[in-house]
Design a binder for this molecule. Structure first.
Ligand SMILES: Nc1ncnc2c1ncn2[C@@H]1O[C@H](COP(=O)(O)OP(=O)(O)OP(=O)(O)O)[C@@H](O)[C@H]1O
Ligand SMILES: [Mg+2]
Length: 391
């Protein structure tokens, strides 16, 4: 450690150096006889402690201390004033300008050693603390980076988990338009064979095929967009998140005799801060589970109309999303496990058991929300709470 001693009296300087060198092995003592040199040394060297004469002819100790406090490099260096004034005199000025302590002249050898020893210990502890703080900060940054990476992986995983559902939905969306095209082609051929094909008829069939192809192309674009990552959190209208997800599965669900009812107040804006596509994946996961449960129950209960209801409510500063189905409910003994990763009651090729785990993680980790499930009689209700943006 480096101690700077400042005093216009050279004899005093030598005496202090002698005493401190005798008492401390690992300490370097630097001596200067005026304030200007003291400031200069403090700017260029790493000084840990200053013993500063209070009364000096050109620049007194209090001016030196004030100047040192003006630069970042020197403002934290502890200063012990060496003063021949009485304590009350020094008290008026010394402590005010940020000195940590003072020693009176004539200096008592043991007092000087004890006082310096005390400050060296404090400085040493401080350095250890700073070092520990630095290491801790580095660790925190590392954990933050890891968390970011995990979030990215999660977003990626959530996409692959709904891939199967999407392919099922595409197949359904495409079935009818493909039929229209096939029928149009047969029509064309039959009419040609029967010599009934005029220009008007060709144009009519052509425009029907064209518009159907456009529909196919639009649906494939919708699905592709679904898989794009939302890069940043943005202001999101929850009605749009849910409507666009319903749009994707509607055809498929209708063909399975499952209807979807979406209830919300048209006058209200349901705006949150979040990731659009990831929230759509959560909703899709819930729809897929409801569909699986309903299909199973429909095999047992004749004439069952499958129904999924979605309700939006605002509770204080939170947006509540309730997604319920009449698919038979979740048995009491498994309801606690449904959010556990890889818990599934489905066959290997029908479910991996990560849909709900990922959905809950997306809601809680990426959106600071909560997700719970309740099941009574034949109904299951998932409740999502998300913090809302004030507009
Ligand atoms: N709406 C629901 N009705 C009845 N049971 C449900 C419902 N939602 C979830 N479950 C039960 O919770 C389990 C876990 O659901 P989760 O979505 O995590 O996995 P999965 O659907 O089995 O597989 P994955 O979603 O990974 O394809 C399901 O296997 C099912 O038993
Ligand atoms: Mg699932």
């Amino acid at each position: 450690m480096n101690i700077l001693v400042v005093d216009d009296d050279k004899a005093y300087l030598e005496m202090i150096k002698l005493v401190l060198n005798g008492a401390f092995d690992s300490v370097k003592i630097k001596l200067v006889t005026n304030g200007a040199d003291a400031i200069d040394i403090c700017q260029h060297d790493n000084i840990d402690l200053i013993l500063l004469d209070f009364y000096m002819p050109k620049m007194n100790g209090s001016t030196v201390a004030k100047l040192l406090q003006h630069t970042n490099k020197t403002k934290e260096i502890p200063i012990i004033f060496v003063t021949s004034s009485s304590y009350s005199d020094f008290e008026k000025e010394g402590f005010e300008i940020g000195s940590v302590d003072y020693i009176s002249k004539p200096i008592e050898k043991n007092l000087l050693i004890n006082r310096v020893a005390l400050y060296l210990t404090i400085i040493h502890q401080n350095k250890l603390l700073q070092d520990a703080n630095y290491k801790l900060e580095k660790k925190v940054h590392k954990v933050e980076d890891q968390n970011k990476m995990q979030e990215q992986m999660l977003i990626h995983q959530s996409k692959t988990s709904v891939m199967g559902e999407m392919i099922g939905a595409i197949a359904h969306q495409w079935r009818q338009p493909l039929n229209i095209i096939a029928t149009s082609m047969i029509n064309l051929e039959t009419k040609a064979e029967l010599d009934m094909l005029d220009y008007k008829e060709i144009k009519r069939i052509n425009s029907k095929v064209n518009s159907t192809l456009q529909f196919l192309s639009k649906t494939i674009d919708d699905f592709r967009n679904f898989f794009l990552s939302s890069k940043v959190k943005e202001k999101i209208d929850m009605v749009k998140v849910i409507d666009s997800t319903i749009e994707l599965v509607k055809t498929q669900f209708t063909s399975h005799n499952i209807s979807i009812e979406f209830q919300f107040d048209e006058e209200v804006e349901y705006i949150i801060n979040g990731y659009f596509n990831e929230l759509r994946q959560v909703i899709l996961n819930l729809f897929a589970n409801s569909k699986d449960a309903l299909e199973l129950r429909m095999k047992k209960v004749d004439d069952l109309d499958g129904l999924i209801t979605i309700k939006l409510n605002i509770i204080d500063t939170k947006l509540e999303i309730l997604i319920c189905d009449n698919g038979g409910g979740i048995p009491k003994d498994i309801i606690k496990k449904v959010f556990v990763p890889y818990f599934t009651t489905k066959f290997v090729d029908q479910g991996t058991g990560i849909g709900l785990y990922l959905s809950k993680t997306i809601i809680e980790k990426l959106h600071n929300g909560s997700m719970n499930v309740d099941s009574e009689d034949d109904n299951t209700c998932f409740k999502i709470l998300l913090p809302m943006i004030k507009i």
